[in-house]
Design a protein around this ligand. Structure first.
Ligand SMILES: CC(C)(COP(=O)(O)OP(=O)(O)OC[C@H]1O[C@@H](n2cnc3c(N)ncnc32)[C@H](O)[C@@H]1OP(=O)(O)O)[C@@H](O)C(=O)NCCC(=O)NCCS
Length: 155
């Protein structure tokens, strides 16, 4: 598996994979190319959007890490990172999410982040397990979500 930074040229494949998650009942948010470009690949507060592909170049998933600003839609404290992970249903539980977080963790430390928040649907037990495995701990809850935070141990 190879991890690299996603580009605008990957937006179509990312959108198709998100559509697959919608079809599989694992996503309810938008999945169109415009949404991918605005929120993931071309986000002005983006830190790194990492993409995973297999040895033949087949797309496996991506993870977005952005910086939280005043206007963020999640209520994440300003200056923290906000993370989102999306793995193809065909590649689930094969270590893609783990490999992506190794890249995002490195990017977070290089960007000087001390905290990253994941905003997870309260019924999404798989994602909750995933983020716990990556070292995130429950920090707050909303009516619809469990919010888990990763804390850097670099300083
Ligand atoms: C959550 C998600 C990102 C996990 O990615 P993944 O590539 O499957 O994760 P990995 O294979 O690296 O697994 C890492 C850990 O996550 C947890 N995990 C992953 N899939 C799991 C499952 N089906 N059941 C329970 N735990 C699971 C486990 O702790 C696992 O470690 P282990 O296999 O050593 O027990 C992936 O399932 C996904 O994209 N889901 C749909 C989109 C989504 O819900 N994103 C999060 C939105 S907040």
């Amino acid at each position: 598996m190879k991890i690299r930074t996603a580009t605008a040229g990957n937006a179509k494949a990312m959108s198709e994979m998100l559509q697959g998650l919608v079809t599989a009942g694992k996503r309810t948010a938008r999945a169109d190319v415009e949404f991918v470009l605005e929120n993931y690949v071309g986000n002005p507060v983006g830190i790194r959007c990492s993409l995973a592909e297999d040895e033949r170049g087949a797309f496996l998933g991506f993870q977005s890490l952005i910086r939280s600003t005043e206007a963020n839609r999640y209520g994440t404290p300003v200056g923290w990172g906000i993370i989102g992970t999306h793995v193809s249903p065909d590649a689930a539980r094969t270590g893609v999410g783990t490999a992506l977080f190794a890249a995002s963790r490195k990017a977070a430390i290089e960007a000087g982040l001390t905290k990253i928040e994941a905003f997870i649907g309260k019924d999404n037990k798989i994602a909750q397990s995933y983020y716990e495995r990556m070292g995130f701990e429950t920090y707050r809850q909303t009516d619809t979500a469990v919010c888990k935070a990763w804390t850097s141990d670099e300083n």
